[in-house]
Design a protein around this ligand. Structure first.
Ligand code: SF4
Length: 362
């Protein structure tokens, strides 16, 4: 399959139409979930959603945006650090995510030292240059977590720490399948996460839930081919993990990155926005690196927040969007009260959020 596929260009319209025709000939009605903002961008930008819907295939975006799945509690934690005089560093998307009363963006306009960084290395550079404590809000899936692990393994300046908000994808997939809110016929797995973890971590899901899974790249033909591979599995009664993105993803993943994750982090049970606690789906720094964990370092500021209850912004349906229960456009506030200029929830803030993507290409 892959050799034959690699001969084609990944944006070739004729190939795309041929795949759609093959899907049409299979005469299936399928619901398939992916968990990747870049996949969603490709699907919407190139009109693939509609082409697939016309041949009976519905594609849903699950919890595939790291900024969107960050919880209201984590937003309040980083805001509390900023309000207490700590220099806070975060990715650009993160600083506009609304908290209970404000965002990092607003905290900065009120005098807090909040800085946008493009990588964890930028945050370490800031810590090297100033005396104040610097906290990096470490948001991301397995794709970005290894670079944070690499920085911590080198033991940066003592005034540097991270607020671990990292997430691990396979346990979230298990949560979706075990909750049973949706009847899914297949999962498209994210190419860049799979570059790190490989294909093996998905195998227990296919065994336990008899669900076909395909790791996919990010071009239109990659995604269409992944859908066709899932459809062929359904038609033949198979439930396996296949790899459409063989030009990048190896079954064993990136061993060096996995070693780094294992050296620095320990898996913990964490909530995701819209989900209850998911076992083993987050990270905490190992004891020997504990001085770099903001939750261990600033307990007076952060421990009180651990016991508080938080809710979604009023009327925001990000939780339902992230669980694939509704399309962003079904939210009554989509494009009216909630826009990228005035976002109510994180799914409208982040360029990987499905509300933001739906708004940009509407
Ligand atoms: S459109 Fe806005 S309010 Fe509605 S789910 Fe998306 S982010 Fe939340």
């Amino acid at each position: 399959m892959s050799e034959e596929f690699n001969k084609f260009k990944f944006r070739n319209e004729k190939v795309a139409k041929d795949i759609i025709e093959q899907l049409n000939n299979l005469e299936l009605e399928l619901s398939i979930m992916h968990v990747c903002g870049t996949h969603q961008d490709t699907l919407v930008k190139h009109g693939l959603e509609g082409m697939l819907r016309d041949v009976g295939i519905r594609i849903l975006q699950g919890p595939g945006c790291p900024v969107c799945v960050t919880t209201p509690r984590e937003v309040e934690e980083i805001l509390a650090l900023a309000r207490n005089g700590i220099t806070v560093t975060a990715f650009g998307d993160m600083i506009k995510v609304p908290g209970v009363n404000s965002s990092l963006y607003e905290a900065r306009s009120q005098g807090a030292d909040v800085r946008i960084v493009y990588s964890v290395d930028d945050a370490v550079d800031i810590a090297d240059k100033i005396e104040n404590d610097v906290v990096f809000m470490s948001v991301g899936f397995e794709t970005t977590s290894p670079s944070t692990a690499a920085v911590i393994a080198k033991r940066p300046s003592e005034n540097f720490s991270i607020l671990p908000c990292n997430r691990v994808v396979p346990p979230a997939l298990e949560a979706i399948l075990s909750m049973g809110e949706l009847k899914l016929d297949g999962l498209i797995e994210p190419g860049h996460v799979s570059t790190i973890i490989g294909t093996k971590p998905y195998e227990p899901l296919s065994e336990r839930y008899h669900i076909p899974q395909v790791v996919a790249g990010f071009e239109p033909v990659d995604l269409l081919m992944a859908v066709l591979m899932i459809a062929r599995q359904v038609k033949s009664g198979r439930a396996e993990v296949e790899n459409e993105y063989t030009r990048v993803v190896k079954s064993e993943g990136n061993l060096k990155a996995l070693e780094l994750l294992d050296q620095v982090f320990v898996p913990v049970d964490v909530e995701w926005r819209g989900f209850p606690k998911i076992p083993g789906s987050g990270y905490k720094l190992k004891k020997e690196y504990g001085s770099y964990d903001a939750r261990d370092r600033f307990p007076d500021i952060l421990e009180p927040i651990a016991d508080m209850e938080f809710h979604e912004p009023e009327g925001c349906l990000c939780g339902e969007v992230l669980r694939g229960l509704i399309d962003s456009r079904e939210c009554p506030m989509f494009g009216t009260e909630c826009t990228p200029m005035n976002p109510i929830g994180p799914c409208m803030v982040s360029s990987e959020g499905s509300c933001n993507i739906a708004f940009r290409y509407r």
